[in-house]
Write a protein that binds this ligand. Structure first.
Ligand code: 5AD
Ligand code: SF4
Length: 420
């Protein structure tokens, strides 16, 4: 979502006649787009602001947008008095005001809904993989998560506007569409005639666009994986056989305290339905280790579920207490050294699963999407349907989509060669 917001901010400034510079001392305006999901990310923002303050030319405007702006509020101006603007994740479309009135302090952290999406200029050229936001915010209120505070309650965008953005992306260069939302599979939009649209409707319509070859969506909440959506994996071959569906923990007790009210049986039933719909589907997850009260045996259950589901491409994090969240006030906070130990164990388990999956791809032919050229080795980089990186010998006029036979693999990536 932040990558997407960054693109839109860049497109907006371009629309106002600005061009990109290569270095901070050259810039007339510097915008730090920020993430508040873990404390480490927030701390990085303030150390980056300190560096920028020293490196920028005195007349340059500078400020922060995104979740740290919303979390810090007007305090940000107190911490860094030189800041010209502080704009929350739903207010960055107001940024041009600072260009016309650079002597004011621009401050807005309102959760105004979806105005920003529809008041920003379209991008002239779309990337091969284009992100299309379809909903923002979250109503789940997991007890560790700051997102419902920073991005607000869940709102779904107008179906026709999403489709207009998707068609625009396809006509200006997109080959893959990634629908975005904090709770993307909760997408639900009812038009003025009372007709309700779900994510499955967006996928079905997008699959009809000839330029679009691949569709995916992220991030999904397990119990919102409804049958109409699962069915899309059966009927729409353009929908990639890869799904990010975070479980966070394998312990029913921890899940309860996280306020994620599903049990493992329910989760496994959804996974089985997905595999019945698309036998080659792979699933990825996010995990939090060291949530308050997590015991050794709770943690072992997380290790076990990782082995049972055989998650690929997953992310694991140490629990980080966040302001405005219930878990930060819970007793039995887990000591940092135990969190670190558990993270190491889980990561090494997930890496082994990833390596085994990558090795299982050797000798298979996968249809991959061009991503770029490795600057040092000059090899071509492609993305498999499972988001693995695949490296191929350089050729002129590399195809956008290619069938690639996988010749070798390790934990990090695959190597392959073009098949006719
Ligand atoms: N501490 C650690 N990880 C967190 N996440 C969200 N909030 C926290 C937190 N307080 C993780 C979750 C989520 C991912 C985007 O970030 O795993 O899925
Ligand atoms: Fe945060 Fe995701 Fe839980 Fe929503 S579902 S509160 S975004 S972790």
């Amino acid at each position: 979502m932040n990558v997407y917001d960054g693109w839109r901010i860049a497109a907006m400034l371009k629309h106002h006649g600005l061009t990109e510079t290569a270095s901070i001392p050259d810039a007339d305006i510097i915008i730090l787009n920020t993430c508040a999901v873990r404390e480490k990310a927030t701390n990085k923002v303030y150390s980056a602001l300190g560096r920028i303050r020293q490196a920028k030319k005195p007349s340059a405007l500078f400020g922060i947008v995104g979740c740290v702006a919303r979390e810090s509020g007007a305090d940000a101006f107190k911490r860094i008095p030189e800041l010209n603007f502080v704009l929350g994740p739903q207010s960055y479309h107001k940024l041009p005001q600072i260009l016309s009135d650079p002597d004011t302090k621009l401050f807005n952290i309102d959760l105004g809904g979806l105005e920003k999406f529809d008041s920003l200029p379209q991008m002239e050229k779309s990337p091969l993989v284009s992100y299309i936001p379809i909903q923002e915010g979250c109503n789940h209120c997991c007890t560790y998560c700051i997102v419902p505070y920073t991005r607000g309650r869940e709102i779904s965008r107008d179906f026709n506007r999403v489709m207009a953005d998707t068609i625009h992306a396809a006509k200006t260069g997109a080959v893959e569409i990634c629908f975005l939302g904090q709770n993307v599979n909760g997408y639900k939009y009812t038009d003025e005639n009372g007709k309700t649209y779900r994510l499955s409707d967006l996928i079905r319509e997008t699959a009809k666009i000839p330029e679009i070859m691949r569709i995916r969506f992220t991030s999904s909440y397990p119990t919102e994986m409804t049958d109409d959506l699962i069915d899309m994996f059966r009927t729409e071959q353009k929908l990639l056989p890869f799904l990010n569906m975070p479980i966070q923990s394998g312990s029913p007790n921890v899940l309860k305290r996280m306020n994620r009210p599903y049990d493992l049986e329910q989760y496994l039933t959804i996974v089985n339905k997905l595999r019945a719909a698309r036998p080659d589907i792979q699933i990825s997850s996010d995990f939090i280790v060291g949530f308050p009260g997590e015991s050794d045996s709770d943690f072992e259950q997380t290790m076990q579920i990782a082995n049972t589901i055989k998650y690929i491409n997953s992310y694991s994090f140490k629990y980080s207490p966040r302001p405005h969240t219930a878990a930060a006030l819970m007793p039995d906070q887990v000591p940092e050294n135990i969190k670190s130990e558990r993270l190491l164990k889980l990561d090494s388990n997930l890496n082994e699963i990833q390596r085994a999956f990558n090795l299982s791809c050797v000798d298979k032919t996968l249809t991959c999407l061009y991503e770029g050229i490795d600057k040092t080795s000059k090899h071509l980089i492609y993305r498999t349907p499972y988001m693995q990186q695949c490296i191929v010998e350089f050729i002129e006029n590399a195809p956008t989509m290619a069938n690639i036979k996988i010749t070798s693999a390790n934990k990090a990536c695959l190597r392959g060669e073009f098949v006719d």
